[in-house]
Design a protein around this ligand. Structure first.
Ligand code: DC
Length: 229
């Protein structure tokens, strides 16, 4: 019997520093799928709001910025390129000022609604690896493979410190642990689309895994469910 290969929707959710981005990008590369970094969309809206001098205490203003701003994601061999109103902002959206201001943007129902249709459009033909906080629970509840990554907070902080050190930025580990713990509380505690493990998700603890092992584990799970290019 011939087993038909399918182009699946694969979701990878998890807290900050659990290895989602690198893992999702590599799984997408191996399967020849599209890679959706949903955090980049929230970051781009936050940057748009900062540039316009928006009032972050005004939910309507943030929601209308999300509806109006034009975000482009381009998948290049060098990585994901993010555009805002046609200007490349891939580096700028990673600045700490943007991450620090993202809370009210990510917690805003109007913003989330505006980004929802954009994300669903990207996945309408399957063949996508979508990474974020609510990919399996809200954006793609019908996904064939849902993965929830976890890792100890100490390990996640160590990873962030190594990433920053590679860019020449030295940070204190304890300070990083505090920052990540706050992001965990913000992500899991918000009312709308909180970070949570969907009931039908496969949990993978990455604390003592390498990226290659994580990627292999997810690709294997996807192949078992018939994934093909
Ligand atoms: O994955 P990241 O660190 O780039 O995400 C940035 C922020 O965006 C994160 O603090 C929470 C928010 N986010 C979200 O609310 N929902 C998603 N699907 C992805 C990210």
């Amino acid at each position: 019997m011939e087993i038909r290969k399918k182009r699946l929707i694969i979701t990878i959710d998890g807290p900050a520093g659990s290895g989602k981005s690198t893992t999702a990008r590599r799984v997408a590369e191996q399967l020849g799928y599209l890679y959706l970094d949903s955090g980049a969309l929230y970051r781009a809206v936050t940057l748009a709001a900062l540039r316009r001098g928006a009032d972050f205490g005004n939910p309507d203003e943030l929601a209308s910025i999300a509806r109006e701003c034009e975000i482009g994601l381009v998948f290049a061999s060098t990585g994901l390129k993010v555009y805002l109103q046609g200007e490349e902002v891939s580096e700028e959206i990673r600045l700490p000022e943007v991450a620090g201001a993202i809370g009210p943007v990510a917690a805003n129902p109007g913003v989330r609604q505006a980004l929802l249709s954009q994300q669903r459009r990207l996945g309408e033909n399957g063949g996508i690896v979508a990474e974020g906080r609510d990919m399996g629970s809200v954006v793609f509840p019908e996904a064939e493979v849902k993965v929830f990554l976890v890792a100890s907070i100490e390990e996640r902080a160590r990873r962030r410190r190594m990433e920053l050190a590679a860019k020449g930025i030295e940070v204190d580990l304890e300070e990083l642990i505090r920052t990540i713990a706050k992001r965990d509380r913000d992500d899991s505690g918000r009312e709308i689309s909180p970070l949570c493990k969907p009931e039908d998700a496969l949990e993978l603890d990455t604390t003592s895994l390498t990226i290659a092992e994580q990627v292999e584990w997810i690709v294997r799970a996807a192949r078992q469910r018939g994934a093909g290019a």
